[in-house]
Design a protein around this ligand. Structure first.
Ligand SMILES: Nc1ncnc2c1ncn2[C@@H]1O[C@H](COP(=O)(O)OP(=O)(O)OP(=O)(O)O)[C@@H](O)[C@H]1O
Ligand SMILES: [Mg+2]
Length: 500
């Protein structure tokens, strides 16, 4: 399939978010679409698939102009999209979801469960997923839900599949499985539009790349003819320089939080660590090594069974989120959609809800104070938005993540847990977030960073704690540490070079 978009314009109300954008993709091409948060990538592909109408420009499939009025229309032309923000009905079963609105019927008009199950199994096998077809979607990890969306596109036998940040919620293992599937799709002659902030993936799998900046087309180029630095420069509009801040030597302040021998069921065992004023500690480990579970315990969401917490050297109880908040612990979760953000509320409300006490006086909300503070923190995280009254759902994915960060900063934390803080965030904003963390450490905030991006941990932390299958295998001062060293402990290696 050859698809062309010419001179596309799009406005939301008075705001123009796409201006004269060109894009084309050829048969059997893997084409990356990149740009900063809010550049207009998701909007462009939603126009392409008929989800959003556009205000100007034309779309051609194999030279013939098309007018998609809904996603149905684009599906009919064998175009499928895996959206950035998942919208699944949690109570629906895997099978129901896979065939939603595309049920296969028997002659008597009933749903042909047998045939559907057979097809579903084939596709899931291809994706290397082994799950019960009758389980409710809501019980699956976000990663698996994402894989099901990809399965749907394959079931549709689409010739062109749009993937809007498909890997941002996947584990390393799932990413590898996805890449294997992509290779199969390549041999089958499919075309892929691939949106991602992970540059490595783009260089690994894509043939061409199109860069958008502030809703405008910048360049389309063959991946082999462009360097990483050029891509960043075209995206940002200027030379960004190094991603990580210089690490000045800082003297650690007094202890903020000391965690001793906490355990919870089979999730993690005898875990101890400490964070001081102004210190940034990192947690490395593979998916399932227990990192998020530990953070859920520290934040009181899922309290631990055993072990002690000391805040500023005083033994405290952390059995609930209220306890954690009382000790001024903040938590930016990895899953902003489910836990971090109310999408149907405004940016201001999201920040307000998290800070009701601070923003009210004798139970009456001080609106001036709350909007002043909200303004301050949204500026601090460099949020790209129209106003505080804008709904969170209208923000681009990366900007939603920034709202989560802003709402916790407004809470005036002394300890801030960041779980995958830059997932889905563009390079420029990443750099700004790193700089922000470094600014905040100066005023004494202690950070606990969980990240699956090792470069990120190596780039910003003072000390790295490594987890393997629920146990802490090592804590290492990050003084020019190499990724091989950390990797070794992540895989369960010990100092003798043996595996446990
Ligand atoms: N439904 C909507 N109503 C109003 N504005 C919107 C809506 N959807 C998107 N926008 C705005 O359009 C612009 C482009 O957003 P888009 O989601 O296309 O960005 P993106 O390039 O996909 O970013 P990200 O990398 O963060 O996902 C943003 O400024 C966003 O706030
Ligand atoms: Mg997007």
């Amino acid at each position: 399939m050859h698809l062309e978009m010419k001179g596309i314009y799009k406005s939301f109300g008075p705001v123009e978010v796409l201006k004269n954008v060109h894009f084309d993709i050829k048969e059997n091409e893997f084409h990356a679409l990149i740009g900063e948060n809010g550049a207009g990538k998701s909007t462009l592909v939603k126009i392409l698939t008929g989800i959003f109408p556009h205000n100007g420009g034309n779309i051609f499939v194999n030279g013939e102009e098309v007018h998609f009025k809904s996603i149905r229309d684009s599906e009919e032309k064998k175009i499928a999209i895996v959206n950035q923000e998942l919208n699944v009905f949690s109570d629906m079963t895997v099978l129901e979801n896979l065939f939603l609105c595309k049920e296969i019927k028997t002659k008597t008009g009933r749903i042909n469960v047998k045939e559907q199950s057979k097809l579903a199994k084939e596709v899931l096998d291809k994706l290397g997923i082994d799950i019960d077809l009758n389980i409710a979607i809501g019980e699956l990890s976000v990663g698996l839900q994402q894989m099901l969306e990809i399965a749907k596109a394959i079931l549709l036998d689409a010739e062109l599949i749009v993937m809007d940040e498909p890997t941002s919620a996947l584990t390393d293992k799932e990413i590898n499985a996805l890449f294997e599937v992509l290779e199969v799709l390549r041999t089958e002659g499919k075309s892929i539009i691939y949106i991602s902030h992970r540059m490595k993936e783009i260089f690994q799998i894509c043939d061409r790349i199109t860069i958008l900046r502030d809703g405008e087309f910048v360049i389309t180029e063959k991946v082999k003819n462009i360097t990483y630095e050029d891509v960043v420069k075209n995206m940002v509009g200027y030379d960004l320089g190094g991603l990580f801040p210089d690490k000045p030597y800082i003297k650690l302040g007094p202890s903020l939080l000391r965690v001793e021998n906490i355990s919870k069921g089979k999730l993690f065992e005898n875990v101890s660590f400490e964070v001081h004023e102004g210190e940034i500690i990192g947690f490395a480990g593979l998916m399932g090594s227990g990192r998020t579970e530990i953070m859920n315990a520290v934040f009181g969401i899922d309290p631990c069974d055993k072990g002690e917490f000391y805040v500023k050297d005083k033994l405290v109880n952390i059995k609930s989120v209220q306890d954690a908040k009382k000790h001024r612990i903040g938590y930016v979760t990895e899953n902003r959609k489910e836990e971090g953000l109310f999408l149907d509320f405004t940016i201001l409300d999201n920040i307000l809800f998290n800070n009701l006490k601070k923003f009210s006086n004798r139970k009456i909300i001080d609106h001036k104070l709350s909007s002043d503070e909200a303004k301050k923190y949204t500026d601090l995280v460099n949020l790209k938005f129209r106003g505080l009254e804008q709904y969170a759902s209208e923000l681009s994915g990366g900007n939603q993540q920034k709202v989560v960060l802003a709402k916790w900063l407004a809470n005036n934390p002394q300890i801030l847990i960041l779980d995958e803080p830059t997932r889905g965030i563009d390079v420029n904003s990443k750099k700004q977030i790193y700089q922000l963390i470094y600014e905040l450490r100066k005023i004494g905030i202690g950070f606990i960073v969980v990240s699956s991006e090792l470069v990120e941990l190596l780039g910003i932390t003072d000390k790295i704690y490594v987890m393997h299958e629920g146990k802490m295998t090592k804590s290492i001062i990050n003084d020019n540490l190499s990724d091989e060293t950390v990797m070794k402990y992540m895989m369960g290696g010990t100092d003798n070079g043996e595996s446990e």
